[in-house]
Design a protein around this ligand. Sequence first.
Ligand SMILES: Nc1nc2c(c(=O)[nH]1)N[C@H]1C(S)=C(S)[C@@H](COP(=O)(O)O)O[C@H]1N2
Ligand SMILES: [Mo]
Length: 434
Amino acid sequence: MVIYWLLGENPIIWYLSSIAFESTHMNAFDPAKRRNFLKKASLGSLAALLGTEIVFALPKNYLPVALENDPQTLFGKHKDLILRNNLPWNVESPAHLLDDNVTPDEKMFIRNNGLVPETIDVAAWTLTINGEGVRREKSYTLAELKSKFPRHTYHLVLECGGNGRSEFYPPAEGNQWEVGAVSCAEWTGVRLKDILDDVGIKSNAVYVGYHGADLHLSRDASKEAISRGIPIAKALEEETLLAYQMNGKDIPLVHGHPLRLIASGFPASVSGKWITALSVRDRVHDGEKMAPPSYSIPCDPVQPGTEVPKENMCIIEKMPVKSLITYPKSGAMIKDKTLLSIRGHAWTGETKVSKAEYSIDFGATWTPCRLQQAKNRYAWQDFEAKVSFPQKGYYEVWVKATDNTGESQPMLTPGWNPKGYLNNACHRIAIKVV
Ligand SMILES: Nc1nc2c(c(=O)[nH]1)N[C@H]1C(S)=C(S)[C@@H](COP(=O)(O)O)O[C@H]1N2
Ligand SMILES: [Mo]
């Protein structure tokens, strides 16, 4: 099937609906497609979808509520986001929807380990700072946090440690993320450092662990869904925030309303949502999913498929340099002798990205892209280039970023590890010149 794409002067003339490297999205779970389908479906097929009889006839045009629980209806997500799991909710964005410099709420991936809190009492919400490393344990209301401490705004990348997991072989269990478990939104809040100054931290403080309000999947209140943390040096960085706003508004519920830790540059699992308490620890925090193999990789490289003893695993800290081509969508076709505009973003857990290059010959030669400066540290940097092709035919456009330490992206999936973290291989898109 051919879809026509008419964007004024744009050289892209159409996209093939399925072409190499377009992911095999689970269309059966695509909310929009599902809804359209449901509108046309007979009661009999609805019953099949529900897995049970519909005893009383539904009024005309009514959909069973049970089938309305999708990320679009529940969380206002874009209809083309990809559902990876619904218990817990894990939803990915396709690369071409991440084209904005600031990721809008509706295109932002969702990663949950437990259940999204059902009700949030903003007026009664408190943040407690406790642990072996604090001088005076203290609690703050949201109003106190907002009035007592200066407000700061940064553009900050959140990338799931498992982004790109689907490429590892042998496969790693967990959400089979392709490339879209990453976002860069504008976060506003108070610096964690200012709060830690206010409570006073002792010289034994080495780590800050978070506690959130989300329930464990079992609904057992004595268990935590996740409780990770960051070394004290990371906690004291200027960009480490306790955020109460995202993109100029209250944080959406699914992204951590009313208070979220943001420690960009590390795997996003340290950026705790629905924060009720932070513990300043005198040891590496030992909360849920801190211990290997969670968010850990072999300290030394291993042969793919190796079983790695826990004591040989190291907790992931800085995320590696990476980039994403967000325009055009993979599968674009252009007319011969026209230039193709490409663009996307590059980011790193280090200080900054210094170079982005593209290749149309599978990495044999590389040409620099135009690379923007970051808005601030840990913001992604936009790149763009105008690509010319020597003749008609099938091409792949690859992009490779290099950071200020000289580290660059590998072309193949790097460093196999048991849980499939840190795949920062170059992103590539398919292009046909016709
Ligand atoms: N309280 C809490 N915080 C959490 C999580 C969670 O399950 N519960 N998931 C973490 C993980 S693994 C990721 S990748 C990010 C995802 O953030 P997002 O859903 O806002 O995109 O949140 C992190 N913070
Ligand atoms: Mo994650």
